[in-house]
Ligand binder design. Sequence first.
Ligand code: FE2
Ligand code: FE2
Length: 375
Amino acid sequence: MAIVDSLHEIGKEFYLLRSEEPEFHRNIYFKRFIGPDGSQVNMIMDPGTKLDLSRVIAAANHLFGGLQNLDIIFVSHQDPDLTSNLDAILTAAPKALLLASIDSWRLIRMYGLPDNRFKAIEDFRTDTLKIRKTGHLIKFVPAYYCHFRGAMMVYDFESRVLFTGDFMGGTDTRKGPGVYATEESWPGIAMFHSIYMPTNSVVRSTIDRIGMLDPFPEVIAPQHGDVIKGDLVYDFLGRLMELDVGLDLMEKEKPEKETLVIAVNEFLDKLKASNAPVYKVLLARLREPGKFTTPFYVAADVVVDVKVDVNDALRFLWDSIDEKIQDVSTQRMVKKLLLSTLKQYDIKLPFKVDITLEEETPPEADKNIFLDSFS
Ligand SMILES: [Fe+2]
Ligand SMILES: [Fe+2]
C-alpha cells in the first residue's frame, strides 16, 4: 500500500502510521509543527522496530522530505516494540534530539546510543515546552508505572491529541478497517491493561493526571490498538478507573493463607499414610529455606504458616516434588495426591501443569480444572 494511504491524520498535523499485524500492532505517530512564518519542526513518537523502518522512512519522506529533517524523537518508555530502531533513526536523522524520561534512558542507552543526542524530560524547567521556532506548546505528562516507572505521555495542545504510549493501548478486538475505537475495542483495552498494568491505583493516578489537562484531550493516541476520540475518551477512562488489573487480579484469584495451610497438612497426612519415606523427604524440604526465605513454617511435623505469597508457596511445593522425588511414577502419584487435595479446597495452581486427575474426573472437566488454571 502506498505510504500516503497508510497515514491517518487523527488531529491537526498529527499523523498515525500503523503497523500491519492484524492482532497486536504498533502505532507510530508524527507531528508537524508549522509556524505562522512557514517554519517547521517535525516530531516522531515511539518510532517502532526494525520491521517498521522502511515505512517510517517513507512516511518521513512524504511528510517532511526525509528523516534528515526530523527534529524531535519522543519515546514513551524503553520497550523494544518502540525503541529498537532508535540507533538507525538517530543515524538517519542527524539533527534530531531524543526525548525520554531518565528512567527510560537508563535502559535505551544500552542500544549504544550517543549521550549527546539525548535530553531528559525531567531536565526541562517546566513540563510544558514551547517549540521556540514555531511557537507551539506541548506538555509532558508522566504515566508512572503504566506500565513502567518512567513512562511518559505527551500532549499536543494544537491538535488536542494526547499520545499515551502503552496507556489506553489494546489488542485488536475490533475487526474491520479504520483506526478509531468503537465499543468492540474495549475488550482488547481491558485485556491489555489487565496484563500489563501493575495495579488499579497507578491506572487511576495516571487518569487523574490526564483529567488535569486543560483543555481536556479530544483524542487519545496509544501505541497499540485503536485511536480513541469523542465520548469514548470519557467512557473508556471511566471504565479503566474501575478495572482490576495486574496484582489486583492476582490477589483476588489466590486462596486464603489459612485454607492453604489446612490443605497442605491434609496432603501431607495422606502422603504419610501412603508413602512414609517420600513424606519424610518432602517434609524435610518444606523445612529448608528457599532462595530468600523459608516459604513454609513447620513445627512438630505440621505446617503452621505460609511466609510468602500463597501462589509462590504453591509453586515452591510443586517444584519440591520435582526436585526431591526422582522416580517418575512416584512423582506422578504425589502430584495427583496434591492436586486432588487442593481441588477439595477449591485451590487452583497459579501455573499450568502437565498432569491431570483423569482417574477421578472425566477428560473434559480435567481440561477445565488444570489447563485453565489462572488464565
Ligand atoms: Fe511497553
Ligand atoms: Fe508497547
